[in-house]
Design a protein around this ligand. Structure first.
Ligand SMILES: N[C@@H](CCC(=O)N[C@@H](CS)C(=O)NCC(=O)O)C(=O)O
Length: 336
């Protein structure tokens, strides 16, 4: 009796696992990765007039496609609002959500998501008109603040004012576009969102030089791509694509030098590029999975630089997003 019960239990676990462990197969059969993206945020996810998408999150989706298909263009970007992004992932409309999304405990648990790692350490800030003559967020008592619904931003805003015994008039909007337009039209004293978003949105204002970003960062916003609960293999793949990009930067592997670096005798590089071990196969991918990522998309530093850093219009300092051995906190577990 006992043996039958054990057998049935194991069969059930196996059946559950194989039913959910389908994402890689689904993506391969479909021939394209469906990636939930931001469709309006410069630096993270934005199509141009020709329909060519750019952004840090967008490039991460491309890296996953590169690892699977050896083609970084095998991605369909699905633009998602702040409010709809989680249902799109839960329902299977997208295989992966990479849309400047803060990793929080409730999203990780009750929304059924698995966050794969922090691709941008951010924090919430405020922007005001210089004419307001305010130098600190602590001088915003009684201010009206434009903010977007369906974000972590709303709660942080009320927390900040409450904890400093200040009053605030929040004016909420469904999209960043509407919130920024309203702020630019003078409907609010301040606009608040993730600091990276402030840099991006400032470029869209009528006179960006008339505005300043205040020095206070009032929250932790670890932005992280996410997959659905229930498919460990897929979770592992997406997680290790990200770790490969960080490790590649640490080992000085770039899209420019990768063809040379595959000949390296350094054991750590050999494991990453697949000339030693079978780490790619262990993920359900090929030996050269990481070479594909670096060659077709780049390492983490290259992707940061061209989308949000010095090589981009946003010109955001690497700050916390520097590697751990360069004064930041970006750190990936080893491939071995
Ligand atoms: N990181 C925060 C905020 C994410 C968010 O949606 N930010 C806004 C402002 S930067 C945005 O991307 N809006 C784009 C849009 O509505 O099109 C979260 O995960 O809730």
């Amino acid at each position: 009796m006992n043996r039958i019960a054990t057998f049935l239990a194991l069969a059930l676990i196996f059946a559950a696992q194989s039913a959910s462990a389908q994402t890689l197969k689904t993506v391969k059969d479909r021939g394209i990765l469906n990636c939930g993206s931001n469709g309006t945020l410069a630096g993270f996810g934005l199509p141009d007039a020709q329909g060519k998408w750019t952004g840090l999150d967008v490039d991460f989706c491309r890296a996953v496609a590169a690892a699977i298909f050896n083609d970084a263009d095998k991605v369909k970007f699905v633009p998602l609002s702040a409010k709809d992004r989680f249902t799109a992932l839960q329902s299977g409309e997208v295989d992966l959500l990479a849309r400047n999304t803060t990793w929080t405990s409730s999203r990780d648990t009750s929304l059924g998501l698995n966050f794969i790692g922090v691709d941008y350490y951010d924090g919430q800030g405020f922007m005001v008109r210089k004419a307001l003559k305010v130098n600190s967020a602590l001088e915003l008592n009684g201010a009206s603040v434009c903010v977007q619904q369906g974000t972590t931003t709303e709660l942080n805003l009320t927390d900040f004012f409450r904890s400093h015994n200040m009053s605030v008039k929040t004016v909420t909007f469904a999209t960043a576009n509407e919130a920024v337009k309203a702020y630019d039209a003078g409907r609010c004293d301040a606009y608040t969102t993730d600091a990276s978003g402030l840099y991006a949105e400032r470029l869209r204002l009528a006179n960006s030089n008339d505005h300043i970003v205040l020095p206070e960062i009032i929250s932790k916003e670890p932005l992280a791509p996410a997959v659905r609960h229930g498919d460990d293999q897929w979770f592992d793949i997406v997680k290790w694509v990200f770790f490969a990009m960080i490790n590649a930067e640490e080992l000085n592997l770039t899209s420019k030098n990768i063809d040379e670096m595959v000949k390296s005798t350094n054991p750590e590089i050999k494991r990453l590029v697949g000339t030693e071990g079978n780490y790619g196969e262990q993920l359900g991918l090929t030996k050269d999975w990481a070479v594909r990522i670096v060659k077709l998309v780049g390492n983490y530093g290259e992707v940061f630089d061209r989308n949000v850093g010095a090589g981009s219009p946003l010109k955001i300092d690497r700050g916390l997003n520097k590697l751990w051995n360069k004064g930041g906190i970006q750190y990936a577990p080893p491939i071995r």
